[in-house]
Design a protein around this ligand. Sequence first.
Ligand SMILES: *[C@@H]1O[C@H](CO)[C@@H](O)[C@H](O)[C@H]1NC(C)=O
Length: 276
Amino acid sequence: MRSPAPLKGAEMGVVWLLWLASWSAVIGIVPGCPEQCNCKDNLLDCANKQLLEVPKGLPSTFKTFSLSANKITSIKFKDFVDHAQLTSLWLAHNQISDIERGTFAPLVQLRNLDLSNNKIITFPWGDFTNLTSLQMLKINNNEMVSLPKDAFANLKDLRSLRINNNRLATIQEGTFDPLVLLSHLHMYHNPFTCSCKLEWMRDWIAETQIAVPETDSITCEAPELLRGALVAKMPKLECKAPTVGLSSQPNIENTEIYAGFMLTWSVRLKGTPGQT
Ligand SMILES: *[C@@H]1O[C@H](CO)[C@@H](O)[C@H](O)[C@H]1NC(C)=O
């Protein structure tokens, strides 16, 4: 009878891995899980760990990545390049103010993104161009001062949007039009300027099928006269598009112009001051 051949290097490696895998399964360690985080099934949970930045070199197998309640102040372009598989990313309750452009662009499978309760003033909206699977976006309780009209242009799957508790003075008409599946829109507690530019919102709130909670907290911050008034009950303003009259003396249409020629332009602006 032959005795078994001694194990070669490669075989030893396999045995070692098997041993490690079975042992990890017993004590619940997921290989590649960073020390400071908990990994379970599809969840990479690094919440509430006093982290100052997004940990690097993490396994790219998890679907959900939680970084909530840390002390992250900035998000770098490279932070999520290896995480294209993510469907949920939780970044709420940090101190994020800087987000490098392109950071979220690789996350094309993302369905849920929570950036609420941070210090975001400007957001790289272009990152959402290809994030067409996004269903829930929470960016409430930040310091955003403006929202580009095409911010949500490609988010055809978005159901829930929270932009409440920011510093938005206005939202342009048509901003929510691409959101054909939207069912909930939280936009209360913003310091809206109730000018002609916002009149559409009064009518939109009255007509939309989308649930717009807490309309009693969607109020005018300016002008002084309307402070505290509900946007939904904003009075009809006399909004006329300004007309610009341009004339010159002498009339250039009938005159040849030479160097040194004196031409006087006058511009007449008609409209309602402060209402446009
Ligand atoms: C979106 O996808 C297109 C096509 O793959 C690519 O050219 C473009 O750079 C992407 N945009 C962003 C913002 O990632």
